[in-house]
Design a protein around this ligand. Sequence first.
Ligand code: ADE
Ligand code: ZN
Length: 332
Amino acid sequence: MKNELKEWVSRVPKAELHLHIEGSLEPELMMSLALKHGVELPYSSIEEVRSAYDFHNLQSFLDLYYFGASVLRDEDDFYQLMYAYLQKCREDNVVHAEIMFDPQTHTQRNIGFEVFMPGFARAIKQAEKEWGQSCLLIMSFLRHLSEESAMQTLEEARHYLAMITAVGLDSSELGNPPEKFERVFAKARAYGLKRVAHAGEEGPPAYVWGATKSLAVDRIDHGVRSIEDAKLVAHLVKQQIPLTVCPLSNTKLKVFGHMTEHNILQLLEHGLVATVNADDPSYFGGYLNDNYFALIDHLPIEKSHLVQLVKNSFSASFLPEKVKQSWLAKII
Ligand code: ADE
Ligand code: ZN
């Protein structure tokens, strides 16, 4: 039975809505780019890199994630990073991906939009041409940095707005509430950009309220802690604000002690538009299908739940309505 469910998940077309491109940097590429650029890494083998990925909370992961990204230096590095993820999409039948990138992780190291955007664009065009991959980009601000830095990043992105669909908010959640970025998100909205924000991953339901009220988000990234506040759940259901849930991330970062404790089925039972996503697949042990498989292995999940989750991935996407409908019709 579990195998049948896994086979169905593998072959059905899916969308992925919460994926950090820097979090898809596999140890093999990290080590080859370190060699190319003469960057010293504190690891002597791929196995050593993987065994360092043992996290106790979000910050312990972020420290390694920003460090890993330091090997990304030139246009071709960003091309290789993006093309490798898009090939995973092809393997997993992820027909549409909404991909986050963190410009400040690179601009802080004097690597500008003129380096990473052409690299991303080249990979995206190639995947579109080679197998019809659909994707769009979400520019995410690092919330541990200042409002001023986010505002400056938004201005630096102005030449590239045609390539960017939405803005997001990620990095260290606790102590950096959404309200800090109210003016940045208002400006992004005025530029015609959609809005998403990480909230309710480690932070309390108040941060999810903050993201909906102060940032006028179209989606919440994670949001699993919303369930602690019944009024918030009712609000998210009424407004149909989707949650991009990341099961392997949540267990790796100890948001839940074990996959058997994950609350995704309760989220669905409340009528929330929950979706399944990989977040940072190279750090958390799996791409999109592996996240569905983990749910199948550890929760009393049925085909109807999986159908709902896959349908939600399209209805919660930023695809045009007609395109959404044509994918939705294929999920049976
Ligand atoms: N950046 C990359 N992955 C993240 C996550 N899960 N939470 C916050 N910031 C992130
Ligand atoms: Zn994330």
